[in-house]
Design a protein around this ligand. Structure first.
Ligand code: SAH
Length: 340
């Protein structure tokens, strides 16, 4: 079965040639508003013809958890029964949706719950578009946009699903769909160097985030297997190129892990690594996911960031939202898979 949200409006017109153009637009609007066939005003005849070959709503809410701070965490069911996570963050400067790009992940980072059972499969562009549609509709009127920013920081490695993510960026920024500004999209990667170069060439105005999490290759190898493939130096070269082409500040994510990457030497090395690059460091406290890694305390994290600022590194401590509802990457899905 084909997924209708995998098509742009123009592609849909070419795909559904025997349906009048204004009906095709209704179908497209139904996708954006997260409607299923019976919620549309399409004739029974068109509905039953489409149903035989096409899925209109490939993503449905399976479970919704709401945090005291207003953060909502979703488990979303895909049409093959797989589930992915998505988080809606209520913020003063515009709501943010944090979404997944793959079912599971094969990058194997030690601190990340998404990777525990490996990669199941890539999400299609339409499944990612419908993720946004479903969560948008659950947070206000379905025919309005109820969010500003999208971050690809849920389960999966976006650059390991390159073509689908690129197509999704084109779909989500389309005027006929959500008309999201490229500047309001952040893509986070563990550092697939070749793909960073490929992304640079496409000249999107999106923010590139790099999960650094270590200041030497030796340390990085102990927590991120991808460090065996690419060195920090190679990644930095690729980021320089990205900044050169896109003039966008890159963001380093740095998750503090006790006695692993939180020393004074790390602070100094972070200064050297970020020197001369248009960038910002986002420091996060590890959300322990039951493994052997322990979190640096909040006080130590504040200290770490202060010291970075004192030596001229642009850095902030990222506020953790929704920790009472398994807010961290892949944790809710992992818990639900274990329970079932
Ligand atoms: N594969 C991509 C995107 C998903 S992870 C990448 O590696 O960037 C994105 C971010 O989630 C990580 O950089 C990290 O900041 C955060 N994260 C994952 N597991 C976490 C944990 N246990 N505690 C705190 N943050 C975590």
């Amino acid at each position: 079965m084909k997924i209708l949200s995998d098509f742009s409006l123009n592609e849909l017109r070419e795909e559904l040639t025997d349906i009048p153009a204004f009906r095709v637009k209704q179908i497209f609007d139904a996708i954006i508003q997260a409607k299923d066939y019976t919620d549309t005003n399409l004739s029974k005849d068109i509905q039953s013809k489409l149903k035989e070959n096409y899925i209109l709503k490939p993503v449905n809410i399976y479970k919704r958890l709401e945090s005291k701070d207003g953060t909502k965490k979703y488990l979303l069911a895909l049409s093959d029964g797989n589930i992915v996570e998505c988080v809606f963050l209520k913020q003063n400067y515009g709501n943010t949706i944090c979404m997944s790009t793959q079912v599971g992940c094969r990058m194997g980072c030690k601190f990340c719950a998404s990777t525990m059972k490996g990669l199941i499969r890539n999400l299609t562009p339409g499944e990612m578009l419908s993720t946004i549609a479903v969560v948008n509709a659950d947070n206000g009127r379905c025919n309005e946009r109820n969010f500003t920013n999208i971050v690809l920081m849920g389960s999966g490695e976006p650059l390991d699903n390159f073509d689908n993510v690129v197509k999704w960026i084109q779909l989500i920024t389309d005027k006929d769909s959500f008309n999201v500004s490229e500047r309001n999209i952040s893509l986070s990667t563990c550092g697939l160097v070749d793909k960073i170069y490929d992304l640079s060439k496409l000249n999107f105005n999106i923010t590139l985030c790099l999960s650094l999490h270590a200041t030497t290759d030796e340390i990085r190898k102990t927590i991120m297997p991808i460090a065996n493939r690419y060195t920090i130096e190679e990644i930095l070269k690729a980021l320089q190129e990205y900044v050169k082409i896109n003039s966008r500040r890159v963001v380093f994510e740095y998750c503090l892990i006790k006695d692993t990457n939180d020393s004074i030497e790390d602070i100094n090395r972070l200064k050297n690594l970020t020197k001369g690059l248009l960038c910002h460091v986002n420091v996060i406290c590890l959300n322990p996911n039951g493994g052997s890694l322990k979190a640096t305390t909040h006080k130590e994290a504040v200290d770490f960031v202060d010291k970075l600022n004192q030596i001229g590194v642009s850095a902030t401590l990222r506020r953790s939202q929704g920790s009472d509802i398994e807010g961290a990457c892949g944790m809710l899905r992992a818990k639900t898979l274990n329970e079932n």
